[in-house]
Design a protein around this ligand. Structure first.
Ligand SMILES: [Zn+2]
Ligand SMILES: [Zn+2]
Length: 218
């Protein structure tokens, strides 16, 4: 199977159809493989989606003659192979709508890389007083929940109150994770003799009788 990086590399390449010269579309492979049952070995491939393509236009007649059913051929090229092949399709719509969105792929790939880097930094972040990877994971709803929980567990050791604001401004999709993070923040505030003002949420001294930010008394 190709890695994300390879997929993007392939997705950025351009090829043209030998039957009609038009640029091949980059498509996600269909979920099934009609050939040897070994799978595609790739997530993307190149397809000529030109409805005027000679291979496609002439394919209808040739399939009718040879197999007696309705269908045609699209020219497809697998990443890394020099020569493409004619793939049987049932109609005009085949492969349309499965075109690869490169920007989306690149964004997903970048996020995966950042997540991986953040996870790698977790073991050393307390010693380095580096809050960044911990916050990246806690605030990334797509990150692995196990890693996010581990990151939440490190907040107390990091003892950095600047973590509170971004967490308060984040909406967690999992209530148990939000609960977990709230408990840690309470501990963290207590350990630093602080509390959050119940009126304006600014962090103030535990002993304060009024808030220096909003002037409210308690
Ligand atoms: Zn073509
Ligand atoms: Zn206040």
């Amino acid at each position: 199977m190709l890695s994300c990086d390879q997929c993007i590399e392939y997705a950025e390449k351009k090829y043209s159809c030998p039957h009609c010269e038009s640029v091949l579309s980059r498509c996600h492979v269909p979920p099934f493989h009609v050939g040897d049952g070994l799978g595609w070995g790739t997530e993307i491939f190149y397809v000529c989606l030109n409805d005027e393509c000679k291979l496609f236009v002439n394919g209808w007649q040739s399939i009718e003659n040879n197999y007696g059913h309705i269908g045609s051929y699209r020219y497809v090229l697998l990443p890394g192979s020099k020569k493409g092949e004619a793939m049987m399709v049932a109609g005009k719509q085949a492969f349309k709508g499965s075109e690869v969105n490169i920007e989306e792929m690149q964004a997903t790939n970048k996020r995966h890389q950042q997540e991986k880097e953040a996870v790698d930094q977790l073991d050393s972040c307390v010693a380095e007083k580096n809050l960044e990877p911990v916050m990246f994971l806690i605030l990334d709803e797509h990150a692995n929940p196990k890693d996010r929980e581990k990151a939440i567990g490190l907040l107390k050791d990091l003892n950095d109150l600047s973590c509170i604001d971004p967490i308060r401004n984040h909406s967690f999709s999992k209530p148990d994770m939000e609960h977990m993070v709230n408990m840690v923040i309470l501990d963290l505030l207590k350990a630093n003799f602080k509390k959050e003002c119940p009126h304006c949420s600014e962090i103030i001294k535990l002993q304060a009788k009024f808030c220096k930010h909003c002037q409210q008394k308690f």
